[in-house]
Design a protein around this ligand. Structure first.
Ligand code: NAD
Ligand code: WQD
Length: 341
């Protein structure tokens, strides 16, 4: 299939572009490089020994999209492009609603512009954030969404899912699959591509990595008094290559209208367990201290993965230790990410 990958130069996008090529698909990448570098695409070209069609465009730019769709026959769209920082979304809610909603709306308007009911299959990057604070664990797709979301970023994912649902109602031929990612970690095992954090990371895995690399002095564990076996928060850390392969599996799935599917491992890992897995992977002592709970954090979240297995015939294969080892290989080979090596 020829697959339009928006945000394909970013962290999850670049690994998915690689997985698509390995599965024999042809990616066409559109990215405005607002949070990424063209170097990631060059690195994927290096690993796969192929050349990748790349367009430096904003997905909110409908004219640019129209021109692309008029020249290319696109079979499916994987829509990663968007802003992704929970903390930044609280400080800049309008920027988040603007970019994350308008990028999705522009794509939908353009693929419907010629009123062809057979629009390309649409795979959307959603997030476990839509579940807010889940009442039942593991959290399954039938859990309620939209309630208890603590930040604008999470609302953008929830609203985009609603938009996709309504478009499916209006056109029964339209296939929209919202993949709800849990917590992505790791990098391609080559260490050639990975997560390029330009600023101090908010997410736990890149933060620990930078402490291990000596770029940050100490790792703060947010809360040691949760009602969990070791008192620290529990999440479902999924290897980014498993996540990437989940997208390839979704391309082969024919949904009847809208379908939301969790992509996780099904297993919860505490912050202390993650820290210790990183220490083993890096063969280093990584200094940490306990700090206050972070506002808006939930205690535990991990996925019910039955639906992904049933509908996509996909399961995660890699362990948290694999994720830590691969993230550390990427970090130690590329101390400044794609910037300077
Ligand atoms: P990322 O920031 O590395 O990648 C996003 C890419 O989109 C970047 O390359 C950026 O330049 C591009 N982009 C942003 N707005 C754009 C626009 N208007 N037009 C064109 N390109 C644009 O983030 P990521 O971690 O790879 O996340 C990819 C997607 O997955 C996002 O939608 C994110 O919300 C979602 N997601 C991420 C996580 C996570 O923890 N990383 C978890 C759940 C969901
Ligand atoms: C994980 C755990 C923290 C940093 C967010 C989004 C989610 C998804 C992934 C996009 C928690 C603890 C963290 C640190 C710590 N992104 N922690 N010290 O909050 O589960 O999810 O990112 O969609 O939607 O909400 O991920 O990596 O920030 O935190 O102790 O320096 O690590 O308290 O228990 P989170 P995270």
């Amino acid at each position: 299939m020829k697959v339009l990958v928006t945000g394909g130069a970013g962290y999850i996008g670049s690994h998915t572009v690689l997985a698509l090529i390995e599965a024999g698909h042809i990616p066409v990448v559109v990215d405005n490089l607002s949070n990424s570098s063209f170097e990631s695409i060059k690195r994927v070209e290096q690993i796969t020994e192929t050349s990748i069609e790349f367009h430096e465009n904003d997905v909110c730019d409908k004219q640019a999209l129209k021109s692309l769709f008029s020249k290319e026959k696109i079979d499916a769209i994987i829509h990663f492009a968007g802003y992704k920082s929970v903390g930044e979304s609280i400080a800049k809610p309008l920027a988040y609603f603007d970019n994350n909603l308008n990028s999705t709306l522009s794509l939908l308007e353009v693929i419907y512009a010629d009123s062809d009911p057979k629009a390309p299959k649409f795979i959307f990057s959603s997030s476990a954030n839509v579940y807010g604070n889940p009442e039942v664990l593991p959290v399954s797709e039938i859990a309620k969404t939209g309630e208890g979301i603590t930040n604008p970023y999470g609302y953008t994912k929830f609203f985009c899912e609603q938009i996709l649902k309504e478009v499916c109602v209006s056109n029964p031929e339209f296939q929209a699959i919202a993949l709800r990612y849990f917590n992505p970690i790791g990098a391609h095992p080559s260490g050639i591509i990975g997560e390029d954090s330009q600023e101090t990371p908010n997410n736990v895995a890149p933060y620990i990595c930078q402490v291990a690399a000596g770029k940050l002095s100490e790792f703060s564990i947010f809360g040691d008094d949760y009602d969990t076996p070791d008192g620290t928060g529990i999440r479902d850390y999924i290897h980014v290559m498993d996540l990437a392969e989940g997208h390839v599996a979704a391309l082969n799935f024919n949904s009847k209208g809208f379908e939301a599917i969790n992509l996780g491992t099904g297993t919860g890992t505490s912050v202390l367990e993650l820290h210790s897995a990183f220490e083993k992977a890096a063969e280093l002592t990584i200094p940490y201290k306990f700090a206050q709970r972070r506002e808006g954090d939930i205690e535990s979240s991990y996925a019910d993965v039955a639906k992904a297995h049933q509908l996509l015939n996909w399961k995660s294969k890699r362990t948290v230790s694999d994720g830590c080892a691969d993230a550390w290989r990427w970090q130690s080979h590329n101390p400044d990410g794609y910037g300077k090596n």
